[in-house]
Design a protein around this ligand. Structure first.
Ligand SMILES: Nc1ncnc2c1ncn2[C@@H]1O[C@H](COP(=O)(O)OP(=O)(O)OP(=O)(O)O)[C@@H](O)[C@H]1O
Length: 554
C-alpha cells in the first residue's frame, strides 16, 4: 500500500460528516492564523506609537486593537482545540464501527482463514493510531498553518532576522528528522506487531487455563507474556524518546536564536530602545511559535513510525463493508438438495478435503454422516448449509442451481447445532433466542422442553434469567450442548444439521434427543447429523461414511 492510500482509505471511512468537520477545522485554522498575524501587527503598531519619536505615549486606540486581536486569537485557539479533539475521537469511533462492520461482513471462509485475535487487537491498534498518529497529525496540521501566518508576520516585522532564523531552524529540523526516521519506522512496526501478539497471548492464557494448570505451564505462559509485553513497552518508550528529539532540539536552539537576535538588534543604530518594538514583537511571535513547533516536532517525530500503524488501520477497513441487503425469502426446499461432483479445498492447502462427491438429501430424510477425524464431515456440513462455496461441482435445491447470490436465501432454511457452540455471557433465555431483539418466552420454553433442558432450568433460582457465564462456563458440557440444540429449535427450519450434538449427552438425555428428532422428522424436518454413537445412527434413514473425500454407504 502506498503512503498516500492509507490516508485516503481512512478519510473515506469517516464519511461526509468527517469531511465536514475537517473543513470546519481548516476554516478555523485560517481564521486562527489571521488572528495571530493581526495580533503581531497590532502589537508592533502599539509599541511603535508608544516608543515613537514623540516619546513614550500610551494610545487607547492601538491598545484596544491589540487587546481585541490577542483575545480573538486565544478564543480561536480554544475553538481549534475543541474541533481537533472532536474530529479525532469521532474518526476513531467511526473506524472502530467500520472495523466491526467488516468483521461481520466476512464470509465463513474468510472467517475460518483469519487470525481469531485480529478483531480484538484492532481495538488497541485503532486507539494507538488515534493517540499516536491522528491527534498529533491534526495538531501539527493546524500548527503548520498558524506558524506560517506567524512567520509571515515576523518576515514583515524584520525580513532579514526572520529569514535567517527560519532557515537555520528548518534545516536543523529536517536533518534530525531524516536521521531518526529508520529507527522510528522499526519502532512503529514493533508496536503494531506487539499489540496483536499481546492480545493473542491473553486469549491463549484465558482460553487454555485448564490445560496450562494441568501441564504445569502457567509460569512459562506468564514468561511468554512478559517477553511480548516487554518488547512492546520498549518499542513504545523508544518511539516517545526518539520521537521527541526534533521537538527538544528545536526548542533549545530556538531560544538560543532568540537571544542572539536580541543581541544583534540591540547592536544596530538606535540601540536597545529603538529595537524594543521589533524585539518585543519577535518575542511574542517566538512565544506563539514555540508550542506550535512542539506540535509539529512531535508529529513529525512519530510520522515514520505511525505510517505503519496507519497502513494497518487502513488495511482493517480496506475490505468490503457489511451491506444492508433485504432479507431474502427462504429458497423453496420441498424435494431435495443435490450435490453434483462437489469438491472442496481449503485456501493454502494443496489436497482437497472433498473430491467429486455426489449426494442427494431428500426432504424429510434423516441422514447420518460418519468417518474418521479430519475426514471432512464438518466441511461437508458447511457446504450443505451454504457456508462454504464448493471449489468444484454444483449444488441444486429442488432442481435449481445454488448460485452465490442465492446462498442467503438457502441459509434461511438451515438450523445448526455446532460441535462447540458459542454461548454468550447472558441469560439462558437470551442464549436460546440468540441475536433476537425481543425473545418470545413461550417459544423459548418450548425449545428448552424439546431439548430436554426445561426441568434443569426450572430448579435454578433465577430460572430462564440465569446467566450462563462467559462462553457458558457455568454450565456442564452436556447442558451447553442442549442449550445449543434449544437455540436451533427456537427458530425451526426445514433442514436441521447437528454436528456431534450428542457427544456430551448421557444415554438418557440422548434418548430424549432422539425422541425430539423423531418428532421433528414427523413434522417434515430434514435432518443431517454427524455422529458416531450407534444410538444416534440407529434412527437414521441412511448412514454415509466419508472416505478419502468421497461418500460410501457405512
Ligand atoms: N479452516 C481450515 N483451513 C484449512 N484446513 C482446514 C480448515 N478446517 C478444517 N481443515 C482441514 O480439513 C480437513 C477436514 O476437516 P473437518 O473439520 O471437516 O473434519 P471432520 O471430519 O469434521 O473432523 P472431526 O471428526 O475431527 O470433527 C482436516 O484435515 C482439517 O485439517
Amino acid at each position: 500500500m502506498s503512503d498516500a492510500r492509507p490516508l485516503a482509505t481512512i478519510v473515506r471511512a469517516t464519511g461526509p460528516d468527517g469531511r465536514r468537520r475537517l473543513a470546519l477545522l481548516a476554516a478555523l485554522t485560517i481564521a486562527g492564523g489571521l488572528a495571530e498575524f493581526a495580533s503581531l501587527a497590532a502589537l508592533l503598531s502599539l509599541l511603535r506609537g508608544w516608543f515613537g519619536a514623540t516619546g513614550a505615549r500610551l494610545d487607547g486606540g492601538p491598545l484596544a486593537l491589540f487587546a481585541v486581536a490577542i483575545l480573538a486569537a486565544g478564543a480561536i485557539r480554544l475553538a481549534l482545540l475543541a474541533a481537533t479533539e472532536r474530529l479525532a475521537f469521532d474518526t476513531g469511533h467511526r473506524i472502530l464501527v467500520a472495523v466491526q462492520r467488516r468483521v461481520l461482513a466476512r464470509d465463513w471462509l474468510s472467517h475460518v482463514a483469519a487470525r481469531a485475535s485480529g478483531p480484538v487487537a484492532a481495538v488497541e491498534l485503532v486507539d494507538a493510531w488515534l493517540f499516536g498518529a491522528l491527534l498529533p497529525w491534526l495538531r501539527a496540521g493546524t500548527a503548520i498553518v498558524l506558524a506560517a501566518f506567524i512567520v509571515a508576520g515576523l518576515l514583515w516585522v524584520d525580513p532579514l532576522a526572520a529569514t535567517v532564523a527560519s532557515l537555520l531552524l528548518g534545516g536543523l529540523f529536517a536533518l534530525v528528522w531524516l536521521a531518526i526516521r529508520p529507527a522510528l519506522r522499526r519502532a512503529g512496526d514493533a508496536i503494531a506487531d506487539g499489540y496483536e501478539e499481546r492480545v493473542a497471548a491473553i486469549q491463549e492464557n484465558v482460553g487454555a487455563l485448564r490445560e496450562l494448570i494441568l501441564a504445569d505451564a502457567r509460569e512459562a505462559a506468564a514468561e511468554h507474556f512478559r517477553i511480548i509485553d516487554r518488547r512492546l513497552t520498549r518499542a513504545r518508550v523508544q518511539l516517545t524518546v526518539i520521537g521527541s528529539t526534533p521537538r527538544i532540539l528545536v526548542e533549545s536552539i530556538g531560544l538560543l536564536l532568540l537571544v542572539c537576535l536580541a543581541a544583534w538588534l540591540a547592536s544596530r543604530p538606535g540601540g536597545a530602545v529603538a529595537a524594543l518594538p521589533t524585539l518585543a514583537t519577535l518575542a511574542l511571535g517566538a512565544q506563539r511559535l514555540l508550542p506550535l513547533f512542539q506540535a509539529i516536532g512531535q508529529a513529525s517525530g512519530n510520522a515514520a513510525a505511525m505510517r505503519s500503524l496507519s497502513a494497518r488501520v487502513a488495511a482493517l477497513i480496506d475490505t468490503p463493508d457489511l451491506r444492508a441487503e433485504p432479507r431474502a425469502d427462504p429458497l423453496p426446499f420441498t424435494r431435495e438438495l443435490r450435490l453434483d461432483q462437489v469438491g472442496f479445498t481449503y485456501p493454502e492447502r494443496d489436497a482437497p478435503v472433498l473430491d467429486r462427491l455426489d449426494l442427494v438429501i431428500r426432504a424429510g430424510e434423516r441422514i447420518a454422516l460418519t468417518g474418521r477425524n479430519g475426514s471432512g464431515k464438518s466441511t461437508l456440513a458447511d457446504l450443505v448449509m451454504g457456508l462454504l462455496p464448493p471449489t468444484n461441482g454444483r449444488m441444486f435445491v429442488d432442481g435449481v442451481e445454488l448460485t452465490p447470490h442465492q446462498l442467503r436465501a438457502w441459509q434461511r432454511n438451515v438450523a445448526h447445532v455446532p460441535q462447540s457452540p458459542f454461548l454468550a455471557d447472558a441469560s439462558i433465555a437470551r442464549n436460546i433466542a440468540f441475536a433476537v431483539a425481543e425473545p418470545d418466552h413461550v417459544r423459548v420454553v418450548e425449545a428448552a422442553r424439546l431439548a430436554g433442558l426445561h426441568d434443569f432450568i426450572m430448579v435454578l433460582p433465577r430460572g430462564y434469567e440465569t446467566r450462563v457465564g462467559d462462553r457458558g462456563q457455568l454450565l456442564s458440557g452436556g447442558q451447553r450442548q442442549r442449550l445449543a440444540l434449544a437455540r436451533a429449535l427456537y427458530a425451526p427450519a426445514p433442514l436441521l444439521v447437528l454436528d456431534e450434538a450428542s457427544s456430551a449427552l448421557d444415554p438418557e438425555t440422548e434418548q430424549h434427543l432422539l425422541r425430539a428428532l423423531d418428532a421433528l422428522q414427523a413434522g417434515g424436518t430434514t435432518i443431517l447429523l454427524i455422529a458416531h454413537r450407534p444410538a444416534m445412527l440407529a434412527g437414521c434413514d441412511r448412514v454415509l461414511r466419508i472416505e478419502r473425500g468421497a461418500l460410501v454407504p457405512a
